[in-house]
Design a protein around this ligand. Structure first.
Ligand SMILES: C[S@@+](CC[C@H](N)C(=O)[O-])C[C@H]1O[C@@H](n2cnc3c(N)ncnc32)[C@H](O)[C@@H]1O
Length: 217
């Protein structure tokens, strides 16, 4: 379901503002590598739904890297949504108006036309686990067999978890006990429950991953 409320606060690091355009320091650092890596994973002329678009800087970088894409950004937070739409002016029509999407709302895929891929960065650890569940449940309704969901962010991987991600996990839980860096194994189990199989795991800078699951149902 598409909501127009701003009930979800973005829970972000400091952002700078120029008019409606917000800039996040972390998006400034990682948008180029995310855009170039994702560019190698998305089908030609894909319609891509981005969940939790934040400032909109990733969306713009992605359509600049792949001008054939149609990007459908979404955000439950009003301020962030205004920022996405302000950045979209630079995108030459390749970014659609930002949807007010909360993935914990029931039946949210019903309000969105079919897409070829879903991308979501840095949401599942800064939201209750229900957001990850809602993301996969919705993705299974929206993505046809063979289509993929791509998640970027930090993950726990047992003994191989980077110390910086363990520290980040603790700091997130201090802010909200429902948050936390997710175990990749737990996300795999959830994915399988919704008919997805992990297809790739790409190491990204600063101990982040870009992980892709394919709808194999
Ligand atoms: C740390 S920010 C990441 C923003 C952007 N993807 C990035 O990487 O810069 C977390 C985002 O998750 C969004 N969010 C939190 N809960 C959500 C939910 N239930 N459905 C959709 N988005 C949600 C917030 O509004 C916020 O924009």
């Amino acid at each position: 379901m598409i909501s127009s409320s701003s009930s979800i606060e973005p829970a972000l690091e400091a952002r700078s503002r120029a008019g409606h355009r917000l800039s996040s320091a972390s998006a400034g650092r990682n948008k180029a590598v995310i855009a170039s890596t994702l560019a190698g994973l998305l089908p030609r002329h894909a319609r891509v739904l981005e969940v939790a678009s934040g400032t909109g800087e990733h969306a713009l970088a992605c359509v600049e890297a792949r001008p054939d894409l149609t990007w459908i950004p979404s955000e439950p937070n009003d301020d962030s949504r205004a920022s996405v739409d302000a950045w979209a002016i630079e995108a030459g029509g390749r970014m659609q108006p930002c949807l007010g999407l909360d993935v914990t709302s029931a039946d949210w895929p019903r309000s969105i036309d079919a897409v070829d891929a879903i991308f979501c960065a840095n949401m599942i650890h800064i939201a209750p686990w229900e957001a990850c569940e809602g993301l996969f449940a919705g993705a299974s309704g929206l993505l046809a067999t063979g289509r993929k969901l791509h998640l970027y962010g930090p993950f726990k991987e047992g003994d191989h978890t980077a110390q910086s991600n363990l520290d980040f996990d603790e700091s997130l839980k201090r802010r909200d006990p429902r948050w936390g860096v997710r175990a990749l194994d737990d996300v795999d189990v959830l994915a399988e429950r919704h008919g997805f199989a992990r297809e790739s795991r790409i190491e990204m800078p600063a101990n982040n991953l870009l992980v892709s699951w394919v709808n194999s149902s």
